[in-house]
Design a protein around this ligand. Sequence first.
Ligand SMILES: C[S@@+](CC[C@H](N)C(=O)[O-])C[C@H]1O[C@@H](n2cnc3c(N)ncnc32)[C@H](O)[C@@H]1O
Length: 287
Amino acid sequence: MPDSVRQAFVETASVLREAGIETPELDARLLLCHAAALTHESFVARAGEALQPEAAVRLEALVRRRASREPISRITGTREFYGRSFLVDESALDPRPDTESLIEVALALIEKTGRREERLRLLDLGTGTGCLLSTLLAELPKARGLGTDLSPAALRLAEANARRLGVADRASFLASDWLDAIHGEFDLIVSNPPYIASGEIERLAPEVAHHDPYLALDGGPDGLKAYRRIAAGATRLVAPKGAILVEIGASQAPVVAGLLRDGGFLVENDGPSFDLGGRPRVVVATM
Ligand SMILES: C[S@@+](CC[C@H](N)C(=O)[O-])C[C@H]1O[C@@H](n2cnc3c(N)ncnc32)[C@H](O)[C@@H]1O
């Protein structure tokens, strides 16, 4: 058993490195903070102190889980998204930093069109943790929104996150197979649908392939199954002056733009918006 917090950190990082974890020091620190209920600041300040035996026992179990490639967020139960903390579990995709680009693009569009002060109606298709809907509601205090998903468990999680972020009074949730159960008009539709081709899922990192729900990843044989459904029917849900923003995989921009045009949308001429890594990430379409 390690004597000090510092020694526990060194030993944990070494175990994780040997297990092939790409960021052993970072992960060791996060697991240690979780096991010993330390903040990042107190971790530094108390590095020389003894690690309590109960914390050491907890840490050992957490390290075993991480070494078997369970994501950190699943182990700690939370994940940061656009500066806010979301509950995560096996029912929904672990929110990704890339998806924050969609928030940036949505807020920039609302700013550009001067609609920030309006009582905007938002729709989030395939809401998962609700990270898109609840973040937008937190950023746009006058907006209201509907989050939909095929998974009832994901909807329960999204609702819990809306309460956690203090936006539940402006959020509602509905089980729907894409657009089937949705009625009404929305000013802004957002979606990060599953877009991995079925045959590629097993080749993804174990953290993704074995821990994110298959329903959240599988885009059918060519990865485009969900976009086809959404693009073919969504014009009836878009209010005048409204827009739809979809996240895409790196090579999917032209074909998704084509599907949206075929469905009756106008797609901006300047093409997709890019994420922080410089990859095409969001397609914006209007009526
Ligand atoms: C890639 S995840 C995105 C989750 C969340 N919006 C995010 O950005 O992190 C796709 C979501 O679509 C949902 N989904 C899959 N098939 C669906 C369908 N037929 N109808 C509605 N939602 C579906 C999944 O359950 C999952 O929550």
